[in-house]
Every structure is written in structure tokens, then in C-alpha cells.
Ligand binder design. Structure first.
Ligand SMILES: Cc1cc2nc3c(=O)[nH]c(=O)nc-3n(C[C@H](O)[C@H](O)[C@H](O)COP(=O)(O)OP(=O)(O)OC[C@H]3O[C@@H](n4cnc5c(N)ncnc54)[C@H](O)[C@@H]3O)c2cc1C
Length: 301
């Protein structure tokens, strides 16, 4: 095949692997998928991979609803656990939550508002404040992010997608033809190049000669995931908790662990090099936030 019939996808995380597979299914082009670290070697591997439909944006909710069907249909391979998910909001957001749940139900998504009393009865190991808003979506849960990316990559390769474990050093556009230059100096041309490079996108664009003003408005902020050992009394599969009142979230991992993440805006302030460990100040901030959370948050977790 000539370069005109080739599409190059850079990045084989959950995004790039899915893009390569679906492109190959939809076109007659040769598709080349490239990743410097192998399939799912980027942020995909760190994801808590919560699969939910509780979104406030209707388009995103529709997409999540469709995606969840895919997880359900491939439950074993993607290690999808339908644990349900509890969302908690502070009292000031209760009305907004009710409207949100109405919108989701109109789309066909199963989600219900729970009175705090009812929620406490259903999930006795969680403590809710009396005035909080609580909703429950029984069909959500979590999957395995690495299995998900590998599922797509394997299916893509079965259809003939070529996978290269190489680092792309530069992308170029010469007279309407795309070209990539690998770190080892080799070049590959194609009709188009699709960047699925997530937090490394601006690095690649800078290496390719893009001016600062032409880079994407992206900021790379490290967000922690902490691993807790659960007390025996709350072992087993439990619902994911999306605690918007405390700006954090928890998901069971296997029978006895709990993974927790935090959504506080302080964590968005750092702008770091994705290839370097987070600075000590960020690590200290994680510690402070999580210690604080856990003092406060015997409430929800
Ligand atoms: C801590 C954390 C928790 C999360 N929790 C959830 C969750 O619960 N639910 C949810 O839906 N989402 C969650 N996410 C988000 C989700 O994981 C990501 O949105 C998704 O995995 C991103 O996938 P990606 O393929 O876009 O990026 P990545 O997985 O980062 O893939 C980008 C790939 O590009 C490659 N690459 C970059 N530059 C080059 C180059 N120059 N040459 C070759 N290869 C290159 C990298 O090696 C990498 O593999 C979470 C993310 C994180 C970090």
C-alpha cells in the first residue's frame, strides 16, 4: 500500500487502541499503531477505570451509556464488575442532582435519587450527612483499564493493524503528506497522523517545531490514587462511591482493597513534566489532602 492509504495512530492507550481498531473496521486503509512503551503503558494503566453514566453533560452521558453496553457485553475479558455507584453531593447541589438524574432517566439510564435514610439502609457502612443529595446507579461499576486497551489492540492487530513499539520523535507535514520520524531515525509517511498521546501531546508538538502559541491548551497535573486495605467487615464487592461533597472517589479493588482518588482543585495547580516524578511539594499536598479526607471522611468511606 502507498503512503496515501496509510493512517498512523500514535499512542496505544485506551484511546489510541480503540481508534486504531475502529479505523481498521471502518476503512480500507493500512493502519499503523505506535507506542513508545507498549499497549497501555501511559495513563491508562493508572486509571481506576470507573465505568459510570452519572454525567451532567447529556452528550457525554449518552456516550458513557453506549460504552457501558460494550463493557457489559465483554464483561469477562474487560473484567467489568457491575458494583453500582453511589453519588453524593452537598445540600446546595441537591436540586441540580435531581434535574441531572431526570435527564439521565430520559436517556434510558437507570439511576435513582435516594433519601439519606434509604441510602443508609442500603449501604450501612457509609455515613451520609442528613442534608446531602444521594443518587444510585445500579448498572455502573469498574473495569480493568489495561485489559480494555489490550482488548482493542489485539482486535486491531487481528484485523491487520501493524503495531510498533517505538518513540515518535517528530511529526511533519510536507506538501499535504504526513510523515513521522522515529527516535531511531526511521521515517514513515501516511495520509494522516492521529495523536492519541494524551499528556505527551504538547511535548511531541514542540519537538515537531510547533510554536508555544500553537500548542494545545493542556496542563499536566498529577492526581494521586491511594490504595487502602479495607477492614474485614467491608470486604467483597461494594459500590463505587463518587463523593462530590468531599471531592473524592473510591472504588473496590478485588475483595479487600479500596482505591481512592481526589478531585480537589488544589491538585490542578501543578503543571509538571509528564516524564518526571511529581515534585516533593505535590507529594506533600497529596499526603495532607488524604489525611484530611480520611479524618473527615470516615463520613463516606
Ligand atoms: C489516576 C487516574 C484515574 C483515572 N480514573 C478514571 C476512571 O475512574 N474512569 C475513567 O473513565 N477514566 C479515568 N481516568 C482517565 C482515563 O484513564 C484516561 O482518560 C485514559 O486512560 C486516557 O487514555 P489515553 O489513551 O488517551 O492516554 P494514555 O493511556 O496516557 O496513552 C497515551 C499513550 O501515548 C504514548 N505516547 C506518548 N507520546 C508518544 C510518542 N512520542 N511516541 C510514541 N508513543 C507516545 C504513551 O506511551 C501512552 O501509552 C483516570 C486517569 C488517571 C490518570
Amino acid at each position: 500500500m502507498s503512503a496515501r492509504d496509510r493512517i498512523i495512530v500514535i499512542g496505544a492507550g485506551s484511546t489510541g487502541s480503540s481508534v486504531a481498531y475502529n479505523l481498521k473496521r471502518a476503512t480500507h486503509s493500512e493502519v499503523v499503531l505506535i507506542d513508545k512503551g507498549g499497549v497501555a503503558s501511559g495513563m491508562t494503566s493508572f486509571s481506576t477505570a470507573i465505568v459510570r453514566t452519572h454525567y451532567s453533560n447529556e452528550v457525554v452521558a449518552k456516550m458513557a451509556f453506549e460504552s457501558r453496553k460494550f463493557f457489559e457485553a465483554n464483561r469477562e475479558t474487560l473484567r467489568f464488575y457491575k458494583t453500582g455507584m453511589v453519588t453524593v453531593v452537598p445540600s446546595a447541589l441537591r436540586k441540580r442532582m435531581e434535574d441531572n438524574v431526570d435527564m439521565l432517566r430520559r436517556l434510558g439510564i437507570r439511576e435513582e435519587i435516594l433519601e439519606v435514610k434509604e441510602a443508609s439502609k442500603m449501604f450501612p457502612w457509609l455515613n451520609f450527612d442528613a442534608d446531602e443529595g444521594v443518587s444510585y446507579e445500579p448498572d455502573s461499576g469498574y473495569a480493568d483499564p489495561v485489559s480494555t486497551a489490550n482488548f482493542f489492540a489485539r482486535k486491531a492487530m487481528d484485523l491487520g493493524v501493524k503495531f510498533l513499539r517505538e518513540e515518535v520523535h517528530r511529526i511533519e507535514n510536507t506538501q499535504g503528506q504526513a510523515k513521522i520520524v522515529l527516535r531511531n531515525g526511521k521515517e514513515i509517511s501516511g495520509a494522516s497522523v492521529i495523536l492519541c498521546t494524551n499528556i505527551w501531546t504538547n511535548k511531541l508538538l514542540s519537538q515537531s517545531g510547533f510554536a508555544k502559541g500553537d500548542l494545545l491548551p493542556l496542563k499536566v497535573s498529577p492526581h494521586p490514587v491511594v490504595i487502602y486495605k479495607r477492614p474485614n467487615g467491608i470486604a467483597g464487592l461494594r459500590p463505587v462511591v463518587n463523593d462530590l461533597a468531599n471531592r473524592d472517589y473510591y472504588k473496590p479493588e478485588g475483595e479487600s482493597l479500596l482505591l481512592g482518588g481526589n478531585l480537589r482543585s488544589e491538585l490542578d495547580e501543578a503543571d509538571v513534566d509528564p516524564d518526571k516524578p511529581p515534585p516533593p511539594s505535590t507529594v506533600q499536598l497529596y499526603r495532607r489532602l488524604f489525611t484530611k479526607d480520611f479524618e473527615q471522611d470516615t463520613s463516606h468511606g
